[in-house]
Design a protein around this ligand. Structure first.
Ligand SMILES: Cc1cc2nc3c(=O)[nH]c(=O)nc-3n(C[C@H](O)[C@H](O)[C@H](O)COP(=O)(O)OP(=O)(O)OC[C@H]3O[C@@H](n4cnc5c(N)ncnc54)[C@H](O)[C@@H]3O)c2cc1C
Length: 410
């Protein structure tokens, strides 16, 4: 690799704005972390792949998220409607998160550049006896799944996490959690994909897809605002808009989108190395390498019609920082310097949507709610499956693309 390539971090505009080819084997739609990782793994395996993105790369969820690796169980995702099934799903997802974490540990070496990854450990805190009970239940499940956590209370908690408020009565600690810089990884995946021969086209919006019934080499004709392209296979990596894309081929994905809020503060001397989240209130908090604090946790931002971006809201900026200050009081005089919003995809049943549709063969998807943590793993697995399909590489039924499409039995 030349020095220029080693330091280059972005697919050059002159190539990403070139005309769209007329055909490709695989068309990946979406230039976030999922689409860029798909393009990378497919191109590296020698597959002809074109990625189209309607805006710039990494401008939606993948570039606006809080950058946390979530390993502690999202026990609030127990719906209570099918406790045993929920439990099984949570355990399976917990085991998967260990694999996702392992991928992140190697990703800098794989992509041959630093990704600003920090494995700092993380606290999940409780302020009420009920929240502490939930933490203990979560801890039991994590032991079953093989995730290393511990419940810490009393003097030991004060000693190990002196930055926490006295209102925190207990917390679980997981040494494996951490964070990375979301501005780096997806553009780097895209750059490496293009170096392996992938065609990357930005400012190219998919407007419609014709599915041809003929059993020729080309199955889809994809119409974009930059021309049409025939593709043998399509991968839906459109994040919060994945449902709209799938609807173009008659599929209904079990997804919905929501706007979320994140804040960043001015830098301060190091106060906090591990990440902090709350079991019962909306909070994720971390101090970055630049010593700023990133405050998130799922505070909402109002929806806006495209092409407008979702606006920020005073209620969410004030609400999320108030929770942060109540849990880490030393933040009280730290100034917030910027707030922003991003659009996240949620699946109704909390499982990702990954694999190939049974109803529309050739149409694939790679969609996940905690996609910063999971997309590198899921995209790699889907790419492997597309390169060499095998029963052992099949995804679990609960990930199926067709599970919400009326008339589908799985
Ligand atoms: C505020 C916020 C905080 C988050 N925090 C975390 C976190 O801390 N940890 C974590 O693991 N996850 C987090 N997430 C979730 C994570 O960011 C997403 O799950 C992940 O980035 C999804 O990646 P993606 O590539 O699937 O989607 P995106 O990054 O949204 O990319 C989809 C792309 O598809 C393009 N597109 C859509 N439709 C079309 C079309 N018709 N034609 C062409 N292009 C199209 C869009 O322009 C977009 O660029 C957060 C999300 C948000 C919004």
């Amino acid at each position: 690799m030349t020095d220029a390539l080693a330091t280059q971090r972005w697919v050059p505009a002159e190539s990403s704005r070139a005309p769209l080819p007329s055909s490709t084997d695989v068309l990946v739609v979406g230039g976030g972390i999922a689409g860029a990782a798909m393009a990378y793994h497919l191109a590296k395996a020698g597959v002809e792949v074109t990625l189209v993105e309607r805006g710039e790369l990494n401008r939606e969820a993948s570039g606006t998220n809080a950058g946390s690796f979530h390993l502690q169980l999202a026990i609030h995702q127990l719906s209570g409607q099918g406790a045993a099934a929920d439990r099984e799903r949570l355990l399976a997802e917990a085991r998967l998160s260990l694999k996702a974490f392992a991928v992140w540990q190697e990703l800098g070496a794989e992509l041959d550049a630093p990704l600003d990854v920090h494995l700092t450990g993380g606290w999940m805190v409780a302020e009420t006896p009920e929240q502490l009970r939930t933490l203990r239940d979560k801890y039991e499940l994590e032991q079953l799944a093989g995730i290393e956590t511990e419940v810490v209370t009393g003097d030991e908690l004060r000693q190990r996490a002196p930055f926490l408020s006295d209102t925190v009565i207990g917390a679980t600690y997981c040494p494996l959690e951490g964070h990375a810089n979301p501005l780096i990884v997806a553009p780097l995946y895209a750059l490496r994909a293009s170096q392996h021969g992938a065609v990357i086209r930005t400012h190219t919006e998919v407007l419609g897809i014709d599915v041809t019934a003929a059993t020729g080499a080309r199955r889809f004709t994809v119409h974009t605002d930059a021309g049409s392209i025939d593709a043998h296979r399509v991968v839906d990596c459109a994040g919060a808009w994945a449902g709209e894309l799938a609807a173009m081929v008659g599929l209904r994905l079990p997804v919905r989108s929501e706007g979320l809020h994140v804040n960043v503060t001015e830098p301060r001397p190091r106060l906090l190395t591990p990440m902090v989240q709350h079991i019962g209130r909306r909070l994720t908090l971390k101090q970055t390498e630049q010593n700023t604090f990133i405050i998130g946790g799922g505070w909402p931002s109002p929806a806006a019609p495209r092409p407008e971006r979702y606006p920020t809201s005073w209620h969410s900026a004030a609400g999320s920082t108030a929770v942060a200050v109540s849990v880490v009081p030393a933040l009280a005089d730290v100034r917030v310097v910027r707030t922003w919003s991003g659009v996240i995809v949620f699946t109704d049943d909390f499982s990702p949507v990954v694999g190939e549709s049974v109803r529309v063969p050739g149409f694939h998807a790679c969609v996940s709610s905690t996609g910063f943590t999971f997309s590198p793993l899921l995209a790699h697995r889907l790419a492997e499956h597309m390169v060499a399909p095998s029963a052992s590489r099949r995804f679990p039924e609960r990930y199926a693309l067709d599970r919400a499409t009326p008339g589908t039995t799985s």
